[in-house]
Design a binder for this molecule. Sequence first.
Ligand code: FDP
Length: 334
Amino acid sequence: MQPITLTRFLIEQQRREDSACPAELRLLIETVARACKTIAHAISKGALGDVLGSLGSENIQGEVQKKLDVIANEILLDANEWGGHLAGMASEEMETIHPIPNRFPKGEYLLLFDPIDGSSNIDVDLSVGTIFSVLRAPENSAGRDVIEEDFLQPGRHQVAAGYAIYGPQTLLVLTLGNGVYEFTLDREMGAWRMTDGPLQIPSGTKEVAINMARREQWSPEVRRYIDDRVGCEAGPLAGQYNMRWTASMVADIHRILKRGGVFLYPADHRQPGKARLRLLYEANPMSMLIEQAGGRSSDGATSILDARPTSLHQRIGVALGDPEEIAALLSQVA
Ligand code: FDP
């Protein structure tokens, strides 16, 4: 028998007595998943589809936009605008929020996304992904256009989060707040089929993902934690740990969900507020997935899911993965 489809999984979630998946959310997730299929198709064309390379423009973060960043952003906007499930969207690639235009019916959800995460990998045929987060629009936004403040909710308020990973297989990894499930794209049938879940991060895996080239930005505590594991010659942990860094958060987090270990992108301890990863559409959805799979998230002080956002493109220091590794990291800080 074939594994169940995403559609069936979502309908079964909707039918549960303690359902956290009303029909509108189900349709929204189906729409995002459909858009990810379209993105996967565009990526797979590569040079033949003229989708590789840069556009010469910069996004709000001051980063050079790849053609696929813009293509994927458009695909997600077009797919989600007219369905009636959303009040607005926000994206890494757009300076301001995108309220649903008045010509379409509006719904009660907000969708935030990073259309292509790990963009530096696109042109060299390594894994990239799409990350998404779903929030409920605040009650006081009913009857008016949503504004940026409506999106500034802690990650704990997310009602769904997930990513698609475009790698050797195309996968969708999803949580609705009761476990994490993996679906593989069945290209012949055009369906997402469940291939794993509920995922539980394997404990005790001695793998660390961090960009060692940023060492000068790390606090003394992060340096100690890393030096004990991958820089040590004689300490008690010598020779036990391995390093992995793909420069694609989706790929690194997927490996941790499946195989264990820890992912770090610390804030720059020399400049308060300076960090690499974006809170609302990168750190929050990944933290929800990691915590739902038995892992832990931390910004160095609290769970990332409790961080209070103050702006749409805010950045944050990130530690995600095996709870024992996060505890070991935090014990350096205490
Ligand atoms: P990218 O900007 O290429 O989309 O989103 C930030 C991110 O990728 C993460 O996916 C990745 O983990 C990180 O940046 C890569 O950072 P480095 O350039 O420091 O390797």
